[in-house]
Design a protein around this ligand. Structure first.
Ligand SMILES: *Cc1c(COP(=O)(O)O)cnc(C)c1O
Length: 838
């Protein structure tokens, strides 16, 4: 089904603008609160059929979103039209995850309509804050990788870079987490249950994606042979667009998400014969492809459904990209001039083989020319060096599910190994290491190698990570292609993570630095000269305190724990993973608690340890760490001796919206991964931008944050990546560290003895055993150094002037971590594209 509709003006030939304005039904500008109130009310009544007097918060949210969507869609159509007329190159961002969160305030901010909307809703008798909270989070991602994709979409729109994001419209995104008796319980998150007012169904963009079957060789008229894939099964990819508006409404892009269904959803004969289940069985099977988000971002899938998801969305997206290119009247040879396709991790790497298939089999392009086009279009971002997270697929599965792609991969691999041999990489061991096929654990396709070889640029996401890519996993490929690997350090969008999450601080920054700070992150550096200014400090303290009161209220409502907003808020929120070392933090909390109990009057800094994060459902050790944190919390929080000095809080269901509340209330940001394991981190950037000080290892982007905020304004501790590598090579004996550290030994002993699991002293045995025997994440090795860094934190906290000076210098130094900077680098170094001029 590749029906090319002439009604859609993005398919008009590139020869010129269509007659008349780009948006024929240009919306009347909103000039007053009354105009906007009436537009919202019209949606409530005419689009939703609801009565103003009985409308719920959800109804108002939907009416408002629909009214806003009209505005955004108008921008998106216009941006698309301009792109086409200008013959401007487009960027396609392929990602299996987009962790978007809510869109309402983001849209209002970028359209500059927040004030107007508050007033209009007020006149309608609705409450802005409650309406805002009625929007469910779009949680189509696990963590950092998916959130990066969402920040990048917003920045690309803000920089007017014509971009389309492609992904899967999961019916159930990331699970909702509840904590019952300390244990994580996963519940499906039904974010689409009440409909999604932002999205627009695009039936004319649907296409059918094949799986399985066989490959036939057919002879051409000129004697050559051609391969034709006859899939055994087709799944329909159904297109849904969400418009993405950029800052100050300069430009709008779209996020196109595919959902799956059967080509023939109902077998009427079976239904009429009374076989109601059999009648829809094909549809149920097809729909499973877009049913759930794969639960982990760091373990190999091993499941056919995951490979189906990857191919499904990659193939639908490529189909769409080629369709647009041809419909605009270009030759396929020009594809690299018109389309930059970014692979966010290896999940869409099969797109490289699919592009070759489309060009060679479908369009008759010669193999070498097809390869030139493919490499010219694709580039790949690597997100992890953890060996267990480098994606590979069994050859047998690939042959069964994607037989033609497996043939193509074999041929690409032969070409690639031949070229390597010609460059001197001829030894068996080098050839084995360079091969797209891993022969060491059964035969498996290495998706990272396929992505590397098929891309003109491969990037890491922080300076450290990119260096390690060159030295470790991609070493041999790097020697072969020394110019291919490049670094683009991650970034975050300041619109969401500063302007929207922390309006108090934003107001203060505008007062002090002027409006320019809203458009140019480098203006933040102007704060450096004011770091010692007592007036600024007083206002910053007031603003942080208000944010902490808001978070304390939430904690009180959700958990019934009373927090002192004047205590140091020490925050560790992110996915639960052993390498992120929440365990190190909670061990230190236990040891601190023991120390306070021993000497309650020793002048301790009151502290609140705040945790949040989800563990993959199948990741037993991470789930157990969640239980430990919760069990430790219930003992410590009920200890009258320490109750004014130490609290431990685990907030359930960490997501983007919760992060937006927690981060502006943080004094201390925990970024304590085992060095060499966190590729970049973006949570670290959100905190530092909002003025929290970081306690962290020399890992990922922490290193660059240190360079920009100044080594005196960050608490660095622990082994370096190089030292970690040595420890791991030499074999590591945690007993020595435990024996050498009475504080650590005491904490482990308390956990092992059942202090936090009364009546069940073996509950945490897997954690205690791991620490005592293998300690793969070097928790015990870094414990003393971490505890010492925490004492430096407490000392600085007592010196109020010094603390707030450092806080100002953190915000001041974070300009370079805007995702606008990151997208600017991708555009220049990788995509070779500029912003669209108006
Ligand atoms: C930013 C963010 C992350 C990534 O955090 P890291 O600390 O970089 O791992 C994960 N989840 C959510 C909801 C986020 O907003």
């Amino acid at each position: 089904m590749s029906n090319v509709s002439t009604r859609d003006h993005s398919d008009l030939p590139a020869s010129g603008r269509a007659p008349g304005p780009a948006v024929p039904l240009a919306l009347a500008p909103i000039r007053s609160v009354a105009d906007w109130r009436d537009a919202i009310l019209a949606k409530l009544v005419y689009a939703l059929g609801r009565d103003q007097r009985t409308a719920s918060d959800r109804d108002w949210f939907e009416a408002l979103a629909l009214a806003l969507r009209d505005r955004v869609v108008a921008h998106a159509l216009d941006s698309d039209d301009l792109t086409r007329v200008a013959g401007h190159k487009r960027v396609y961002y392929l990602s299996l995850e987009f962790l978007v969160g809510r869109l309402l305030v983001d849209t209002l901010t970028n359209l500059d309509m927040t004030g107007l909307t508050r007033a209009a809703l007020g006149e309608l008798g609705a409450d802005f804050e409650r309406v805002r909270a009625a929007e469910p989070d779009a949680a189509l991602g696990n963590g950092g990788l998916g959130r990066l994709a969402a920040c990048f979409m917003e920045s690309a729109a803000s920089l007017a870079i014509p971009t389309c994001g492609y992904g899967i419209r999961y019916e159930n995104g990331l699970f909702r987490q509840e904590i019952r008796n300390g244990v994580q319980v996963e519940l499906p998150e039904d974010w689409l249950a009440a409909g999604n007012p932002w999205e627009i169904r695009r039936p004319e963009r649907d296409c059918d994606i094949g799986f399985g079957g066989h490959v036939e060789q057919v002879g051409d008229d000129d004697g050559a042979t051609r391969c034709v894939w006859h899939p055994a099964e087709l799944v329909r990819a159904v297109a849904h667009d969400t418009p993405v508006i950029g800052w100050r409404a300069r430009h709008a892009n779209r996020l196109r998400l595919w959902s799956a269904r059967a080509v023939a959803p109902l077998r009427l004969d079976a239904f009429n014969a009374g076989d109601y289940l059999g009648a829809v069985a094909d549809d149920v099977r097809a729909r499973s492809v877009s049913r759930v988000l794969y639960p982990s971002d760091t373990t190999p899938a091993g499941q056919e459904l995951r490979l189906r998801q990857e191919y499904f969305f990659s193939a639908a997206s490529l189909h769409d990209i080629l369709r647009r290119h041809l419909a605009e009247g270009y030759d396929l040879s020009r594809l690299p001039d018109m389309a930059a396709i970014q692979l966010n991790d290896t999940h869409p790497a099969i797109a490289i083989a699919e592009m070759m298939r489309l060009l060679v089999d479908r369009h008759g392009t010669a193999w070498n020319e097809a390869w030139r086009i493919t490499c010219g279009c694709f580039s790949y971002t690597n997100h992890t060096l953890l060996p267990e997270a480098l994606e590979t697929w069994p050859v047998a599965l690939m042959e069964r599910l994607l037989p033609r792609h497996m043939q193509i991969i074999y041929r690409l691999n032969a070409d690639h190994l031949e070229a390597a041999r010609a460059k001197g990489a001829a030894s068996d061991s080098l050839q084995a290491s360079l091969s797209m096929i891993d022969e060491t654990q059964g035969r498996r396709v290495r998706m990272g190698t396929l992505a590397f070889v098929g891309s003109h640029r491969v990037n890491g996401v922080s300076a450290l990570h990119t260096g390690l890519m060159r030295e470790t996993v991609f070493h041999d490929l790097h020697v072969l292609h020394p110019d291919r690997i490049t670094n683009v350090t991650n970034g975050i969008t300041f619109r969401r993570w500063l302007f929207e999450a922390n309006p108090r601080l934003t107001g203060l920054l505008v007062d002090v630095l002027g409006d320019a700070v809203l458009d140019d992150p480098s203006v933040l550096a102007g704060l450096r000269g004011l770091a010692g200014d007592p007036g600024l400090r007083a206002r910053l303290i007031a603003c942080r305190r208000a944010n902490k009161v808001a978070l304390s209220n939430l904690v009180g409502e959700q958990l019934g724990i009373g927090l002192d907003p004047d205590a140091l808020f020490d925050v560790h929120v992110k996915r639960l993973h052993e390498y992120k070392r929440q365990l190190l933090n909670i061990l230190e909390a236990v040891s601190l608690w023991q120390a306070i109990r021993a000497r309650p009057a020793a002048g301790w800094v009151p502290r609140v340890k705040i945790f949040a994060g989800k563990a993959a459902a199948s990741y037993a050790q991470a789930r157990l760490i969640i239980r430990l944190i919760n069990d430790v919390a219930s003992v410590i929080n009920n200890d009258p001796v320490t109750s004014d000095l130490l609290k431990v809080v685990f907030l359930p269901n960490f997501n983007v919206s919760l992060a937006e509340i927690i981060i502006p209330a943080a004094d201390l940001s925990e970024q304590i991964s085992t060095a060499g394991m966190e590729a970049s981190g973006t949570g670290n950037m959100k905190f530092a931008l909002n003025g929290a000080l970081t306690i962290g290892t020399l890992d990922g982007a922490n290193i660059e944050i240190r360079d920009h905020v100044g080594a005196d304004n960050i608490f660095i501790f622990g082994l370096t990546a190089a030292e970690v590598a040595v420890r791991r090579l030499d074999g590591w004996h945690p007993e020595c560290s435990i024996v050498a550290s009475p504080a650590l030994a005491g904490a482990i002993e308390a956990i092992g003895r059942g202090t936090f699991s009364p009546g069940e002293d073996t509950r945490f045995a897997p954690i205690v055993d791991e620490l005592r025997r293998t300690d793969r994440f070097l928790v015990t090795a870094d414990f003393d150094s971490y505890a010492e860094a925490q004492r430096r934190v407490a000392a600085l906290w007592r010196d109020r002037d010094a603390w707030w000076r450092a806080a100002v210098l953190n915000t001041a130094g974070m300009g370079p971590f805007s995702s606008d900077r990151a997208i600017g680098e991708y555009a220049e170094k990788i995509w070779h594209v500029t912003g669209l001029e108006r």
